[in-house]
Write a protein that binds this ligand. Structure first.
Ligand code: ADP
Length: 585
């Protein structure tokens, strides 16, 4: 693969790993976070239920108090006639006593106009006595419905509280005034302050009036309309308390009253799990705000997801690498096969060419030998014929007859040579298995090489058992022998002592034909290679390295064997062939 493509591939893989890891970890973290928050939200919601119960119980405890007091004949009586100072004093004392016993914040009695004629806090400078509360919604409700309830900041005391009131009526059912109990929640707020959660109670308009932490009271959770503001102005519900909007934004909603919100505070924004619970009896809503925790689980989930992702990617890479390797291996195997086939083809062509050259070389050598062999006797014969004519011209018949003798001898030799040539020219297919005498084969071969043997003054020693009958192809065996002899002559070419020893001996069922020379033998390392095709130590142009390989094949074809060994002084080639025991025909 070209390297730019590889680089791009590598880049893509790294990108895949990094982006995938980040995405999967992020996704898993988000999922785990959402799950853990949902669980948290459920828990918070359960706690919210408990808080709501506590608040409800507290209010319920005091709800009956004004109703019971409104039945007191003393109060009814006091409201039925013009008020005298001693009566008012007695009422003040009474309310003070009851308030202490009931453990409520304040008790007050309003007349039909809303004027407070008696109150439990009559001793304090901030007493309600003498103030008119006719503008308060609870008074109006009481006058109309018989009872009222209202959370407000006390206009006189400045202390916020829940006002519960009941109408005081005479026997005829005429509205005389209202009995009011005020509840304050500092204790509740203190109690709620214990946890780290923020607890709020908001009214129907979304204004918080109970909070367990500072800074959360009198906040507008919902935007107020101008009508709301006008009404607040009129009822003086929160009197002089400034109302501050609370800016929040819902991030994730889990349920209708359960979400994750971002609240803008003075110190920047903070995320809260925000649980709300409506309290229908009072028209209020209870809120619980809790900071979500970065759980260990989220980190673990992120790590696990990243690990899963990485294992998947690496497994995929591993598999693709394996497949790529397999493909490459397959391709290289095919390439190798193709190369081997090509080389084999080339070698075969080359070998065929070489065999052809070897044949041509042999032909050339043989032609040269023959030309040499025939030319010389022809010249001699011409001279002898001239001599013969002269002798006959002079009538010296006896001498002429004598001169014919060497001529005859020479002709016989030439006839033998051509006869040999004839056998050599004969077509000789590989499978020929004629009965032949090995000794004759040796004779023929020596005959062909005689000129060279003579020229090079080689001493030839023959120990030939004859006849040595074997089966095979005479021409081919002769070719083998010529090869062996020629190699021997080549080996001895530059030696001073040149001796060729040829033997034919019986060896059990075999005939052993051996050729021993004095050429110094074969290097130990080459001993195993001499029969290999193309193995030659001869200079280029002289040796093809095919002779022994071909010879080996021929002998093996004939059912025999060709071996070589080093003896002191030279190499010995041994050819063994099974003896042909059949009687000669
Ligand atoms: P070539 O004669 O063309 O080299 P051969 O197959 O006939 O091919 O011989 C192979 C080699 O064997 C020769 O080159 C030579 O090194 C070695 N060899 C063969 N015969 C002899 C021998 N009689 N003495 C020493 N070396 C020999």
């Amino acid at each position: 693969m070209p390297s730019p493509i590889r680089a791009v591939r590598l880049g893509l893989i790294i990108l895949l790993i990094v982006v995938g890891t980040v995405l999967s970890a992020g996704w898993a973290m988000h999922q785990a976070k959402r799950e853990s928050m949902q669980l948290d939200a459920q828990r918070a919601n359960q706690q919210l239920g408990l808080y709501a119960n506590a608040l409800h119980t507290l209010i319920e405890r005091y709800r009956a108090l004004p109703a019971v007091l409104a039945l007191d004949p003393e109060l009814i009586d006091a409201l039925s006639r013009p008020l005298s100072e001693p009566v008012q004093h007695a009422l003040n004392l009474k309310l003070e006593r009851i308030n202490g016993a009931a453990n409520s914040s304040t008790l007050e009695l309003l007349d039909a106009s809303g004027l407070a004629i008696a109150a439990s806090n009559w001793r304090l400078p901030t007493t309600y006595v003498g103030s008119n509360y006719g503008f308060r919604p609870y008074f109006k409700q009481t006058r109309v419905q018989g009872s009222g309830r209202f959370y407000a900041v006390g206009v006189t005391s400045g202390v916020p509280g829940y006002f519960l009131s009941s109408a005081v009526s005479n026997a005829q059912g005429q509205f005389l005034g209202a009995m009011v109990v005020k509840l304050e929640f500092p204790e509740l707020e203190r109690e709620w302050r214990q946890g780290s959660d923020i607890l709020l109670v908001s009214d129907a308009r979304g204004i918080t009036f109970i909070a367990n932490q500072d800074g959360w009271r009198y906040r507008e959770l919902l935007p107020l309309t101008p009508a709301d503001r006008a009404e607040l102005e009129q009822t003086r519900q929160y009197d002089k308390q400034p109302l501050v909007a609370l800016h929040s934004q819902v991030l994730t909603r889990f349920a209708e009253h359960s979400h994750l919100s971002r609240v803008q505070g003075p110190q920047g924004s903070v995320d809260y799990l925000w649980e709300s619970l409506p309290l229908p009896a009072e028209g209020w809503t209870l809120h619980l705000l809790r900071k979500p925790q970065v759980a260990e689980d989220e980190r673990n989930a992120a790590l696990a997801a990243a690990a899963v992702w990485l294992s998947l990617v690496f497994a995929a890479l591993f598999v693709s690498q394996r497949m790529r390797l397999a493909r490459m291996r397959q391709r290289s195997r095919e390439e190798l096969k193709r190369q081997v086939e090509e080389r084999t083809r080339e070698l075969r062509t080359a070998q065929e060419g070489l065999v052809q050259s070897a044949k041509l070389a042999a032909l050339g050598q043989m032609s040269a030998a023959l030309a040499h062999e025939i030319n010389q006797p022809l010249t001699t014969q011409r001279m002898q014929l001239e001599t013969l004519r002269l002798l006959l011209d002079h009538g010296r018949h006896e001498q002429a007859r004598q001169a014919l003798e060497p001529l005859e001898q020479m002709l016989t030799r030439m006839a033998a040579l051509t006869g040999h040539l004839k056998t050599f020219a004969r077509n000789s297919p590989g499978g020929l298995r004629e009965r032949l005498d090995l000794a004759t084969v040796v004779d023929q071969a020596l005959h062909l090489l005689e000129p060279r043997i003579r020229d090079e003054e080689v001493e030839v020693a023959l120990y030939l058992a004859r006849p040595a009958w074997v089966r095979g192809d005479a021409i081919r065996l002769e070719q083998v022998l010529i090869n062996l002899l020629r190699n021997a002559l080549d080996a001895m070419a530059d030696k001073r002592y040149k001796r060729l020893e040829i033997r034919i001996e019986a060896d059990a069922e075999l005939w052993r034909l051996s050729v021993l020379d004095s050429g110094g033998g074969i290097a130990e390392a080459d001993l195993g290679k001499v029969f290999d095709p193309f193995f030659t130590t001869k200079p280029v142009g002289e040796g093809l390295g095919l002779g022994l390989a071909i010879s080996y094949g021929i002998v093996a074809d004939a059912g025999g064997a060709l071996q070589v060994e080093n003896l002191p002084g030279g190499a010995r080639f041994s050819l063994t062939l099974p003896r042909d025991l059949e009687p000669a025909c």
